[in-house]
Ligand binder design. Sequence first.
Ligand code: HEC
Length: 264
Amino acid sequence: MSSPKRTDELQGEILHVYDGIEEADNRLPNWWLITFYGTILFGIGYWFYYHEFNVEPTTSEQYVLDAADQGSADVAEEPELLALAEDPAAIATGREAFATTCAACHGDQAQGVIGPNLTDNQWLHGGAPTDIYTAIRAGITSDQALIQGSAGMPAWGPQLGEERVRAVVAFLLSVRDTNVSGRDPEGEIYEANAPSADDGAPVDAENADAENADAENADAENADAENADAENADAENADAENADAENADAENAEGESSGDAPAE
Ligand code: HEC
């Protein structure tokens, strides 16, 4: 539908009229243009700052870092995770969370789809329980990602919460080395008893503690030896007492016999 061009007092030249709505084409106000182009420039700057050059962590990354800073009580240690992996309730919770949150990328059997197979003994980001925990909790940034063309993995800590992150680790520890066929193994072989690169220091510290503990045990043994001597000493005393008692009995006996004597 076309209509004769006319000039409106307020809008200027009217270009179209659709269903009685008049449309003009005037130059946009400068404040509007500045805001519009400003947001585009800001968006490009933001993209390079946070996502290309990672100058600062994004808010979600910062959230995880802050959570990790809130006392080491939040950060799980290997013995705790291994203990959870023996706990059927934790494994069940973890299996459930895995089915809803992780299976889309890692497969319903954790056999791998876009994300790697989690049932083999090869790991891209470390196979120690604490490495698996950290990968899940803090995610894998696109910079850290090792699969060709992979954008990494989001941090699941904020979404799942500490307890379910640990439960999912327990579940994964319960299925590792089961080699469900799916994605081919990727990354380095992890052997449960060999210290991983990351764990080097703590393992040494534990050994040192173990030595201290032995030293304490040795002291304890010495102490026992002393106690034993003390007991022997007591035993001797006791014998001495017994001996006295015997003497006393002997005396009594004599007394009795002497007492009996008149009766005879
Ligand atoms: C959007 C897809 C996606 C989802 C959902 C996902 N992951 Fe991942 N995950 C990946 C990718 C991709 C990698 C590998 C990144 C890389 O290094 O290239 C990965 C890596 C991992 C790793 C490290 C594996 C290794 O070899 O070191 C673990 C552990 C892991 N994911 C566990 C989980 C758990 C648990 C969940 C659910 C809470 C989950 N993922 C959900 C895509 C996903």
